[in-house]
Design a protein around this ligand. Structure first.
Ligand SMILES: Nc1ncnc2c1ncn2[C@@H]1O[C@H](COP(=O)(O)OP(=O)(O)O)[C@@H](O)[C@H]1O
Ligand code: SF4
Ligand SMILES: [Mg+2]
Length: 321
């Protein structure tokens, strides 16, 4: 069966004139209907760029140098502009970290939602009103009239993110790309928004790509996890696999997550930083920071090999021939 989203062997390069930077290196990720897939990695690992490529929203300086992106089998990268407009919103929608910057401060919620409705449907103002109310209710908001009349600054962070999700759902997309949707929110609100993502997944049979720097957060709600390091997939598998991950980077990520407030003292961040041009590295992308590095790691990149059902790891220490 055709997957809802298939990213195949995708590479993305930035070219600023003076220098080139291969930020994404031959990655493959799939998302099915009714499935939440977590894409996890530190800041700068390529999560946002990957999400943007699905909607063909990459900055002008970026170009795709290999691979393709398919939604329901359609090659996104070769769609005409007309088909691309149809894809955005009615097939795929994206929400971002900070709902304050995504909402326009000078317009009410109603006027911003109405604009989105107009992009998708040719319906009367009474029907528009009904559709907006339905979506706001679907994301758990009440007192709908007050929400519709409000300006963004009159709503809490959590309410704003709910409004963004309601707007994303207007065109009845099949795929939602949620880029750090809870990072700007406090912990309680964060759990509520994650619960909402699971709820709309069930209700609308959505596929969701949930992008986050926090493996702990993501593991609560996703079905599968893809770990991205420096533009490469280094480990992937179903959530239970990540109780004991195998890639040294993923182990490091888990080591840097506090399990409870009492453990905060034992927190050990991974030393070093994500390399700038990972496409230019000959060996393993993680070699410069890896505590287990061997000579072979600097010579050639390890391939992403299956180690179990649906599980794959790119490391010479794990299952490589
Ligand atoms: N506008 C840009 N110009 C040049 N390089 C960029 C740009 N945006 C992103 N990159 C490169 O792509 C990498 C990944 O960025 P991004 O996808 O935003 O990471 P993440 O979302 O995981 O924090 C960055 O580290 C940088 O090297
Ligand atoms: S291949 Fe080598 S450097 Fe890379 S993660 Fe494995 S042990 Fe570390
Ligand atoms: Mg990002």
């Amino acid at each position: 069966m055709t997957k809802l989203l298939e990213i195949n062997d995708l590479s993305i390069e930035f070219d600023s004139g003076a220098e080139r930077n291969r930020a994404i290196n031959n990655i493959s990720i799939t998302v099915d209907r009714g499935e939440i897939v977590g894409v996890v990695g530190e800041s700068g690992c390529g999560k946002t760029i990957t999400g943007l490529s699905v909607l063909r929203l990459l900055p002008d300086t970026a170009s795709i140098t290999s691979g393709n992106v398919r939604i329901d089998g359609d090659d996104v990268l070769s769609l005409s502009n007309k088909k691309l407009r149809a894809l955005r919103g009615s097939k795929v929608a994206m929400i971002f970290q900070d709902p304050s910057t995504s909402l326009n401060p000078v317009f009410t919620v109603a006027s911003q939602m109405r604009r989105v409705v107009k992009q998708h449907r040719d319906i009367s103002s009474a029907e528009t009103r009904r559709l907006m109310s339905e979506r706001l209710e679907a994301v758990g908001l009440s007192d709908i009239d007050r929400v519709l009349a409000a300006y963004p600054h009159e709503l809490s962070g959590g309410m704003k993110q709910r409004v963004m999700i309601a707007m994303a759902l207007i065109g009845e997309p099949e795929l939602l790309i949620a880029d750090e949707p809870t990072t700007a929110l406090d912990v309680t609100v964060q759990s509520q928004i994650l619960a909402l993502l699971m709820d709309i997944r069930d209700r609308f049979d959505l596929g969701i790509m949930l992008i986050s720097h926090d493996l702990g957060v993501v593991s609560q709600v996703v079905d599968r996890v893809v770990v991205l390091y420096a533009g490469s997939v280094v480990e992937r598998g179903p959530v239970p696999h990540f109780a004991e991950p195998e890639h040294p980077y993923t182990k490091g990520l888990i080591g840097s997550i506090p399990k409870s407030t009492t453990e905060r003292g034992s927190l050990e961040p991974i030393e070093g930083t994500v390399p700038y041009d990972p496409g230019g590295i000959g060996g393993c992308v993680y070699a410069s920071r890896c505590p287990d590095r061997m000579d072979v790691c600097l010579e050639a990149a390890p391939s992403l090999d299956a180690v179990g059902i649906g599980t794959a790891v790119a490391c010479y220490l794990v299952g490589q021939r």
